[in-house]
Design a protein around this ligand. Structure first.
Ligand code: ARG
Length: 461
């Protein structure tokens, strides 16, 4: 039968339309194990305050354990009349422990401090779980970078050839944002490590419950400082969702490149059959659907964050029922990444890069023009002038349809007398990348150091 949490004041039952609108068990049931963990900690605090005797505590913990097993086995599920995960588990507890004992658990807590605590517990676990899945994407990129060795490719700005870079350097440029995302979760966790339990409905509780003990049992470092904030704030949910959205954006940028690299025009990459799809009509097609779905789902992750912020923005303190709407978007973000991360890790791990094609294109599009200018600077020419001279060399070659290194001695001199034949020393891709030895540069020895620090960060993550 229907379990009303607020019988006394009400004379009639809820309208069906309200029950339908109110129900959240289809979304929040995944919090059931956390709800039970909270209840165990709360039961111990009630016993600590003398509100449950030894025998009652033992019976209560046994009943909660039984519920835990029945939830895990799928035997216990919410009834249609249960409003939320808390209601469903209270109903089950009353049935399991009897109304006399079961009815004592709710003392000193509210669904407001309960839900605020549970969502943090759930998200803290999700952050750890998703971090390890994201780390698999990082590892796949690192393994590609290792395989690439000193292979080169055209580095681009504005999608135009800019300067040659090491393939490994480019791949690692996708790794660092992902390592920052993992660090973001670690940093977020420091803020999420405070327990709202004990805040009650909003003003705190009168029963002398040891909030510190509850916090410790649930893996938090301390109780929240302000009971109003503890029940009203959801910034940590939004921040978690931001991290998911940022990961989506970071992976979308990688995906966009893989989609380009996979075109007939680029031919930089061949995707493994296991991570590509065909066409129902065009027999020749091999499509980069994993990358496209990643790019597409990043929009969804951004939408989850935008929805949360829009839900929170007008809410007065403290709890408002609107806050129930925090779960669906953030769970969607988690589920989306859960699906996405293994697929993108597999695609990256198994793709085969075409180093030959990349090397062939690396010096094209006059990508060594900067090297000419900097060679002149070494000879004492002001960069302003050196830039001008190198620009004239590009214009000269462009008009004739030749490359910079094709100019003969006379042609070089005709552009500027300071362009002696020695300039050709810098007109190779190997010389160009090798010269970029500054911090974070693309020189092979700098990239080797970079790989070492990435490996170190992975070890720490
Ligand atoms: N199910 C609610 C939520 O997810 C928690 C219950 C609080 N409800 C209330 N009427 N105070 O936010």
């Amino acid at each position: 039968e229907h379990l009303a949490l607020w019988g006394g004041r009400f004379s009639g039952a809820s309208a069906d339309a309200l029950t339908e609108l109110s129900r959240s068990t289809h979304i929040d049931w995944r919090l059931a194990p956390y709800d039970l963990a909270g209840s165990r900690a709360h039961a111990r605090a009630l016993a600590g305050a003398g509100l449950l005797d030894e025998a009652e505590l033992t019976a209560m913990l046994a009943a909660l354990d039984t519920l835990g097993q029945r939830v895990a086995s799928g035997e216990l599920t919410p009834a249609p009349d249960d409003e939320d995960v808390h209601t469903a588990l209270e109903r089950a507890l009353l049935a399991e422990a009897g109304p006399q004992l079961g009815g004592k658990l709710r003392a000193g807590r509210s669904r407001n401090d309960q839900i605020a605590t549970l969502i943090r517990m759930y998200l803290r676990d999700a952050a750890r779980y998703l971090s390890s899945k994201l780390l698999a994407v990082v590892r796949a990129l690192v393994s590609q970078a290792e395989r690439a060795g000193d292979a080169v490719m055209p580095g681009r700005t504005h999608l135009q050839h800019a300067q040659p870079v090491l393939v490994a350097h480019h791949l690692l440029a996708h790794v660092w944002p992902l390592l920052r995302d993992i660090a973001r979760w670690q940093d977020w966790d420091k803020r999420a490590a405070y327990s709202p339990y004990g805040a009650g409905a909003l003003a705190g509780n009168t029963l002398g419950l040891d909030a510190q003990a509850i916090a410790a049992e649930l893996g938090f470092s301390a109780p929240e400082h302000n009971s109003i904030d503890a029940t009203a704030a959801r910034d940590l949910v939004a921040e978690f969702s931001y991290i998911c959205a940022q990961i989506g954006v970071d992976l979308s940028r990688l995906s966009e490149e893989i989609i380009l690299w996979n075109t007939r025009e680029f031919r930089f990459v061949t995707l493994d059959d296991a991570y590509a799809t065909g066409s129902s009509i065009m027999p020749q097609k091999k499509n980069p659907d994993v990358a496209e779905l990643t790019r597409g789902k990043s929009g969804r992750l951004i939408g989850d964050l935008a929805g949360l912020l829009a839900t929170f923005k007008g809410l007065p303190l403290a709890y408002n029922r609107d806050l129930q709407e925090d779960k669906e978007p953030v769970f969607d973000a988690i589920d989306t990444l859960d699906l996405l991360l293994p697929a993108i890790a597999g695609m990256v791990e198994t793709m085969v890069l075409n180093y030959e094609r990349m090397a062939e294109l690396a010096p094209q599009g006059f990508s060594l023009a900067t090297d000419i200018a900097e060679w002149l600077v070494h000879g004492g020419v002001p960069f302003r002038e050196a830039h001008e001279i190198s620009g004239r060399a590009v214009a000269f070659c462009e008009k004739r349809g030749i490359e910079l290194w094709d100019m003969n001695d006379d042609e070089l001199r005709s552009i500027d007398v300071r362009l002696t034949p020695d300039v050709r020393d810098v007109l190779t891709v190997a010389a160009s990348v090798g010269a970029r030895r500054g911090a974070g540069g693309t020189a092979p020895e700098r990239v080797a150091e970079q790989l070492a620090s990435v490996r170190e960060s992975i070890g720490r993550a």
